[in-house]
Design a protein around this ligand. Structure first.
Ligand code: TRP
Ligand code: SF4
Length: 338
């Protein structure tokens, strides 16, 4: 793990289990790429999963390992990046507690995801202390590594903004007359929004049953894409269609070169090509993309100890880095008295 790079990147994912193409194009692919230029810390936000799913204790473990295997299979390299699990680095919790002392309630109440998620996840009681603190825990995750760049999607930008405000307030209160920077204000590295829709044109999600997972077999990929609905106006082969109204076109935008995209535009609008024909290059591209990942995931599944050892080493390294920041924070807040 190189430490000579000026920026430290950190990001986390809640343990959602096996990942799908939406995760890959919306986040993971970018994580893999960032490893080339930065020292990266990538972690499983298992405490964050408990803030909303505190009743689902039995599934967390399986979801964690399934997700980590997919990270590794997709190219997250534990030799270059530190991969770890949030709850195995209890320093995050202490920093969260200490930051809670200086965080005005209003800052948390006005984070948009607070009300949004409470409205959306109506089936559970999210009137909890832990749920209100969700973004502050995320701030602690980031600040404890003094990460300067945080790759996230649009929906997380408000959380990074809060993190910056908390860091600023901390430095203001405890930086002393010389205005020392104890905690680093991070910047969001906005991941270009994934344009990959689910098979039904909605957002790809396991719970909607419209996902292609990174471990789907070629035959499954083929079947899912073949039966995927297209522009409803194309009832018969001779009916012209409109790519903008068809989820297959969104796949072409991600997977196809310009010549193929022109062929689709032309052929669809003139009914010159059929939908099965149109899907063929997409099917081939998705299969080619997934093949090496699936193979690698199978290998890793067969060696669970290796995966656990890698993550254990990552947790250990993370704790060392986290402990150093925490020592500074404790001292700054007057807690390192004898
Ligand atoms: N809240 C993030 C999400 O739902 C996950 C997360 C937790 C995270 N802690 C983080 C992301 C720290 C970036 C940095 O996607
Ligand atoms: Fe969709 Fe292609 Fe069929 Fe047009 S030809 S409706 S873009 S699948």
């Amino acid at each position: 793990m190189s430490t000579t790079q000026p920026h430290r990147v950190l990001s986390g994912m809640r343990p959602t289990g096996k990942l799908h193409l939406g995760h890959y194009h919306g986040a993971l692919k970018n994580w893999v790429k960032l490893q080339q230029d930065y020292t990266c810390f990538y972690f499983v936000a298992d405490w964050h999963a408990l803030t909303t799913h505190y009743e689902d204790r039995d599934i967390i473990g399986q979801n964690v390992w399934d997700m980590v295997i997919d990270w590794l299979a997709a190219g997250i390299d534990p030799e270059r990046s530190c991969i770890f699990i949030q709850s195995r680095v209890p320093e995050h919790a202490e920093l969260h507690l200490l930051l809670s002392m200086i965080t005005p309630l209003g800052w948390l109440e006005r984070v948009p995801s607070f009300k949004d998620q409470q409205d959306k996840l109506k089936d559970r009681d999210l009137n909890t202390y832990g749920f209100l603190g969700y973004p502050l825990l995320q701030s602690a995750d980031i600040l404890i590594y003094r990460a300067s760049r945080v790759p996230v999607g649009e929906d997380q930008v408000a959380h990074i903004e809060l993190t910056r405000e908390v860091a600023r307030r901390f430095n203001h209160l405890y930086g002393g007359p010389t205005k020392q920077t104890i905690l680093t204000e991070p910047q969001a590295l906005l991941t270009p929004e994934s344009k990959i829709p689910g098979l039904d044109g909605q957002k790809m999600s396991k719970s909607y049953g419209n996902a292609i997972t990174l471990r789907d077999e070629p035959a499954e990929v083929e079947k899912k894409l073949r039966t995927m609905p297209t522009d409803p106006a194309r009832v018969r082969r001779t009916d012209p269609g409109e790519p903008e109204k068809c989820p297959v076109w969104q796949f072409h935008k991600v997977y196809s070169d310009e010549a193929t995209r022109d062929w689709v535009q032309q052929g669809c609008r003139s009914a010159g090509i059929g939908c099965i024909e149109c899907k063929r290059p997409v099917i081939a591209a998705v299969k080619a993309e997934l093949e090496p990942m699936r193979d690698r995931a199978r290998e890793l599944e067969a060696r669970p100890h290796e995966v656990r050892d890698r993550v254990a080493a990552g947790c250990q390294h993370a704790r060392t880095v986290a402990a150093a920041t925490l020592a500074d924070v404790r001292a700054a807040m007057g807690l390192s008295y004898q």
